[in-house]
Structure formats: C-alpha cells, structure tokens
Ligand binder design. Structure first.
Ligand code: CP
Length: 311
C-alpha cells in the first residue's frame, strides 16, 4: 500500500501488492478452516457505519473475531454516536483512535475516509464513502475473478447497471487497471453512466473500455458479467430512478447466451436484477464472492494492524 497503512481507495494498490494480498487471503481460507487463530488477541477493531450494511460490516467483524481480536462500534453511527449531537467526524475519529487499533468506516460522504485518515493515529479502512469508492469490495471482486477464472489478464469484463452511483464499479475499474489486456464494457442506462473521472483514469492507464446501453450484444463474448443494483437511495428524484430501473435483468435466457466458462458477479444486495432462477447456475458466483469478502478482509486487517504496530 503506497499510502502507509490506511485503505482509502483502490488506486493505492499496485499489482505486486494485489498479488501479495490475494496470497494472504488464500492463507486466510486455511485459517478459517482451522477455526481461526489468536494472532490479534488484545487488539480492537472499531466498526463505524453511518450507512446500512450487511456484508461489509459483518464480514469485517467476523474477520477480526477470526483473528482473535475484539470489535466495538455502532451500525447506525449517524443516530447512535455523538454525531447526532453535532460532533464532527474528525473529533469522532480522534476519540476512537484512543480506544482501538483499526477503524473500519462506512460514511455517506465522498472523501470521508480520507478526512478520517488525516486525523487518525491508527489505520482507517474505507468501507464505502457515499457514491465514491468501496475499495475492499473491489479487492474481493478481483480475488473472486482470479479464483473463479484463474487469471485477470486478458479478460473481458462487463460492468452493468448503476455505474454513476455504484461505488464498487469505480473501485473495481481502478483495480483492473493493474492488469494486462483487460477490456471493460460499461453498460448502463443513459442517466447513470460511468463517471468521466473513472474513464480518464482508464485512459491514463491505457485500459481499453467501451460504453453502451446494450448488454445483449456483449453477453455471448464476455468472461465476467458484473451486475449492480440501481441505487435508489442516491438518486436526486424518484423520476430519475425510474428512468434507470429495470433495464438490465440477468435471467435464465441471458445465461443461455453467455459462455459456459463465464461468471456472474454482483456486490449485492440485489433487487431483482438477477433473477433467483440464476442462483443454481454454476456460473453464478455472487454468493461465493460474498464469502471471499471474509478472507480478503482478514488479510487487510492483518496487514493494517501489523504494519501500524511495526511488527
Ligand atoms: N456489497 C456491499 O457493500 O454490501 P453491504 O452494503 O451489505 O455491506
């Protein structure tokens, strides 16, 4: 990690570090099989979530427990921390820095994790900052792709759905930019296209990509279909949301047209954009992907705490 021991955005990861992290995650699979270990006994992780979460919060908390550490925190920090009394994010982080060894934070505002890191004396891990980034999700996504297909280089990956507000696709794009001959197809409704700053980064890194609103024309040739939810909670109006909703559905008919050696991923939760009939298809990797989040997050916690403690 270039930016010392914080995990703030996906751009901070270079290929060598990704490979090291994926190897560490693989080793964590063995740790979990053996019932966990005690390597971080006596250490404490703060789980500070200002936005709702199932997978990210619980997999981080499970990860810390699997490594022998303790967990404190709140899943509704906007209401149940002193933020509701007007305490600034910076003061909240200064206080938590004195109580624990690593902070995992999800916040409503883009850039909140960077603000937290500026005043924190312990590692901050960005668990999602509004419509900005979700780097740990992208790391587990890339780990899943490598595990399912054996490589990332040379793959054709379609990111589908809400590419404007969907922070996971921003972070995943930055991670994929480390790999050779990757081609990204950004497929979205017209009002939630991939942001210009993400395309600019891909241009700078020489990554080939195409933008369209036509999933059917690429379905038969892609290696990875990365479906996303249309994020109703982030739209400026219901009208705009309704323009975007329901345009791209992964169902049995679409799966019939996809290659036998492809995979379907989704950061989850889903709201019908992948029909349940797809779940039994061996190419449906999204529940395996969610489990991989545990291993990646164990590896990240281990790295952040070890590096920050100078072990
Ligand atoms: N993928 C993801 O971030 O899920 P949660 O919102 O449930 O954490």
């Amino acid at each position: 990690m270039k930016q010392n021991y914080h995990v703030l955005g996906a751009k901070q990861f270079e290929r060598e570090q990704l490979e090291e992290l994926f190897d560490a995650a693989k080793a964590m699979e063995g740790v979990v099989k053996r019932g966990g270990d005690r390597r971080h006994e006596g250490r404490i992780m703060t789980s500070l979530f200002f936005e709702a979460s199932t997978r990210t919060r619980l997999s981080f908390e499970s990860a810390m427990h699997r490594l022998g550490g303790g967990v404190i925190g709140t899943e509704n920090a906007a209401q149940f921390s002193s933020a509701i009394k007007g305490e600034t994010l910076e003061d909240t982080i200064r206080i938590i820095s004195g109580y624990s060894d690593v902070i995992v934070m999800r916040h409503t505002d883009i850039g909140a994790a960077k603000r937290a890191a500026k005043v924190s004396s312990i590692p901050v891990i960005n668990a999602g900052d509004g419509a900005g980034e979700h780097p740990t999700q992208a790391l587990l996504d890339a780990y899943t792709i490598r595990k399912e297909l054996g490589r990332i280089d040379g793959l054709h990956i379609a990111m589908v759905g809400d590419l404007a507000y969907g922070r996971t696709v921003h972070s995943l794009s930055y991670i994929l930019a480390n790999y050779q001959d990757v081609v990204v197809h950004y497929i979205s409704p017209d009002n939630v296209r991939i942001p210009e700053n993400v395309k600019q980064y891909m241009d700078e890194k020489g990554i080939r990509y195409a933008e369209s609103n036509d999933l059917d024309s690429v379905a038969g040739s892609i290696d990875v279909l990365y479906q996303t939810r249309i994020q109703k909670e982030r739209f400026p109006s219901l009208d705009e949301y309704e323009k975007a909703a329901g345009q791209f559905i992964v169902d049995a008919e679409l799966m019939d047209r996809m290659r036998k050696d492809s995979v379907v991923l989704h950061p989850l939760p889903r709201l019908g954009e992948i029909t349940e009939e797809v779940d039994s298809d061996p190419r449906a990797a999204y529940f395996r992907q969610a489990v991989n989040g545990l291993y990646i997050r164990m590896a990240l916690i281990d790295k952040c705490i070890t590096e920050s403690q100078g072990k």
